[in-house]
Design a protein around this ligand. Structure first.
Ligand code: BGC
Length: 729
């Protein structure tokens, strides 16, 4: 009894933060910060890289888990250490150091193609639970950069090209992750839209186009997901590093948006100590920076300069706020992972994210009568492709195949293609046990053509591998795959192409094929998901979250910026080179808005996706009552199988001037022959412009149309909307 009393009294003395669990996260953060000693105040402000990347690095602290990062805790105050793992697609495997396996979600493009926030939330909840089970309490997820540049090597990590779409879906994924009582980031703020020269790039963009595009995606994502942390990016924005950018971090994020969490740097993105005054709260992977600024230099500055002193207190309060608000301080024992259940989540998302791009004469779904089936290429006998870099996930037992692409040094693992253990060929065989399958690896056109000639159907798997740290030089399928598809579809017109690409590709062979399916990087159970769509067990409902250009000549910059002056380099810091990028060319007209402005006809428009059934939209009625703009319409399934549609509401004109913006969308599942009335409300920021420090609706006649894509628009409904202005929220 006496012992018990003693223990609890000691625990109370040692654990003020625990004792105040019922208080708000803000007041708990304030109290804990006030209890810190000066020496403790620079513990949470800096983290180390938790991988032995370079020779001579000190060993990791015992409680650190190999992963992206580690920030020591303050046991005296019951402040936990922060154990950080990448990323948005699952718990990353960090250069093969951990062999504990995780469930890979399909890529960001696949998730973006679902247009379904509920399923993204489920995906986030799943990967967050795996992170927690492995002992991590921070998941470096929430990839939110818009696809301004489809050659961006990280396209596969992001969700799309539209701020509303990315913000809603990304916010849902973040909320799912944090539902496990851990912190998620949203990243990379902002305008890190290409990898080439990412560490030296200075993005130039005006305030209005910035607020109306990429920043709006972050704003919506933060509102919906409430991430504990924002990761600032490698590049500069209008002359100041994103992690040392007073305007971006202090004004936009913290003042205008009222963000209460903390800003962590990307790994190696901090140029100097002053970043603390400009809004950076935590220096991550600090060994990668020129100096550990947020340790002694910060403590010294705080001892001498009241501005640093005040900031240091604020930095700690923000980090503590995120810990308390998320529940990341609650101790959790490592747990076993139910890979079967988690794989089911990944498979459901993959099925919903696959986009049917072309289907001539009912080539798909595959007929049960197809007996001789030739499958070619893409390692379809082995697994499905995944994207490289810090977000790379390894499943249980590691990848099915690893194809090294050369390179050496610490980042060599970034340059190897990895295939998850989910063979599409095996899944097709399981679905059609009496069919006779032939597989050809696709290295030789002559051999593939020979095997294709007498087949009832040919399925070519074509891949485009992408990775962090390097962009693709153009949008062609690499390694002669265009020629392979062309030659095979000439000898066998019943050729179906399944794409496993990081992002958009061009398709010079398109008209010769019977069908094209975009499966992206479909994750842990990608093979099963592809087979399910090909055989019609799943009716495809994915819609493109990016425009597929007909050629790079249609892009705002036909040549990839920086590709001529810099060499590929994962840290993106070739010495002595600087590069500035003019994003005012397209401004807020990213993706489909750019095509609407230029009149160029893409290969496939944003929002496009076919189904095995057909849908019709009707009765669009847009009303503006006070500040609320609502649209209602009917969606009908007029085919003969159940399916899901993605009706998209676009703003198409303001006072007779052409304007193109996705204003709202929904995902509607309908039985064959069924119809439903749908109503959506329009986020006012999508019909406003950024002007004089706030949002502004000009007032007048606003034209809206319902679309099956950004190109297939129905009749325009015009509604009068009153002029109004409001603040930055
Ligand atoms: C990436 C981040 C990642 C970090 C830690 C950086 O190279 O840009 O997305 O979270 O590394 O691995």
């Amino acid at each position: 009894m006496r012992l018990a009393l003693f223990l609890s009294a000691t625990a109370m003395l040692a654990a003020p933060a625990f004792a105040q669990r019922t208080a708000s996260p803000e007041s708990r953060a304030t109290k804990t910060e006030a209890a810190m000693t000066d020496a403790e105040r620079t513990i949470l402000t800096q983290g180390i890289l938790a991988v032995p990347l370079f020779p001579g690095m000190p060993p990791l602290p015992a409680e650190a888990i190999p992963g992206a990062g580690y920030v020591a805790g303050i046991p005296r105050l019951n402040v936990p250490s922060l154990r950080e793992s990448d990323a948005s697609l699952g718990v990353a495997y960090v250069m093969g150091l951990r062999k504990d396996g995780a469930t890979a979600l399909p890529s960001g493009m696949a998730m973006g193609s679902t247009w379904n926030p509920a399923i993204l939330r489920a995906g986030g909840a799943m990967i967050g639970s795996e992170a927690k089970a492995k002992g991590f309490n921070v998941l470096l997820a929430g990839g939110m950069n818009l696809i301004r540049e489809p050659r961006n090597g990280r396209t596969f990590e992001y969700l799309g090209e539209d701020p509303l779409h990315s913000g809603i879906l990304g916010g849902a994924a973040i909320a799912g992750i944090q539902s496990n009582g851990i912190i998620s980031t949203i990243k990379h703020l902002a305008f890190n839209n290409q990898e080439t020269a990412r560490g030296i790039l200075d993005v130039r963009i005006g305030e209005a186009p910035a607020r109306e595009s990429d920043l709006l995606a972050f704003q919506i994502g933060i509102e919906r997901g409430q991430p504990g942390s924002v990761m600032c990016s490698y590049n500069q924005l209008n002359g100041a590093h994103a992690c040392d950018n007073d305007w971006l971090l202090n004004k936009v994020l913290k003042r205008d948006w009222g963000y209460k969490g903390f800003v962590m740097s990307d790994w190696g993105a901090v140029p100097r100590l002053e970043a603390a005054l400009h809004g950076l709260d935590q220096q991550s992977g600090a060994q990668l920076d020129p100096k550990v600024f947020f340790d002694k230099p910060l403590a010294d500055a705080a001892a001498n300069d009241p501005a640093y002193k005040a900031r240091l207190a604020d930095m700690n309060r923000r980090i503590l706020y995120a810990i308390y608000a998320s529940g990341a301080d609650k101790p959790a024992a490592k747990a076993a992972i139910d890979f079967k259940a988690d794989g089911d989540v990944a498979e459901a998302i993959a099925k919903e994210g696959i986009v049917l791009l072309r289907n001539c004469g009912g080539a798909l779904p595959l007929a049960a009568s197809a007996k001789k089936i030739t499958v070619i290429g893409g390692y379809a006998d082995t697994g499905v492709l995944s994207g490289g870099g810090s977000s790379q996930v390894h499943g249980e037992r590691g990848p099915a195949a690893t194809v090294p692409l050369g390179g050496d040094g610490p980042f060599a693992s970034f340059t190897s293609q990895q295939y998850h253990r989910s063979s599409p060929l095996a899944a097709l065989k399981a679905r059609a046990p009496t069919a006779i399958f032939k597989f050809r690896d696709g290295r030789y056109v002559t051999d593939a053509v020979q095997a294709a000639k007498d087949a009832d159907v040919v399925i070519i798997f074509a891949t485009q591998w992408m990775s962090e740290g390097m962009d693709v030089p153009d949008l062609h399928l690499p390694g002669g795959q265009d020629a392979l598809i062309e030659a095979v579809s000439i000898v066998n017109p019943n050729t179906i192409v399944v794409l496993e690409t990081g992002g958009p590709v061009v398709m010079p062979w398109l008209e010769k094929t019977a069908a094209v399916v975009e499966a992206w990087y479909p994750g842990a159970r990608g093979g099963a998901a592809i087979a399910s769509v090909l055989y019609g067990d799943t009716n495809p409902s994915g819609h493109l979250p990016v425009t597929f250009p007909a050629s790079v000549d249609q892009l705002p910059s036909p040549t990839l910026p920086g590709s001529i002056t810099t060499e590929p380099n994962p840290m993106g810091k070739p010495p002595g080179v600087s590069l500035s990028l003019d994003y005012d060319v397209d401004g807020s007209d990213v993706g489909y808005r750019w095509y609407a402005r230029t009149g160029a006809k893409p290969l496939f428009p944003f929002g496009f996706g076919l189904s095995y059934t057909s849908f019709e939209h009707g009765g669009l009625k847009v009303t503006a009552a006070g500040k609320v703009v609502t649209a209602s319409f009917t969606v009908g399934n007029i085919g003969n199988r159940p399916g899901a549609d993605v009706p998209q509401l676009y703003l198409v004109s303001v006072n007779g001037q052409k304007k193109m913006r996705l204003a709202a969308f929904d995902k509607v599942a309908l039985a064959a022959g069924a119809s439903r009335k749908v109503s959506v409300s329009v986020d006012p920021r999508l019909i406003a412009d950024w002007k004089d420090g706030g949002w502004s609706i000009a007032g007048g006649a606003y034209g809206f149309a319902l679309g099956a894509s950004a190109e297939a628009l129905g009749p325009v409904q015009t509604v009068r909307i009153a002029a109004r202005k409001w603040g930055p929220q």
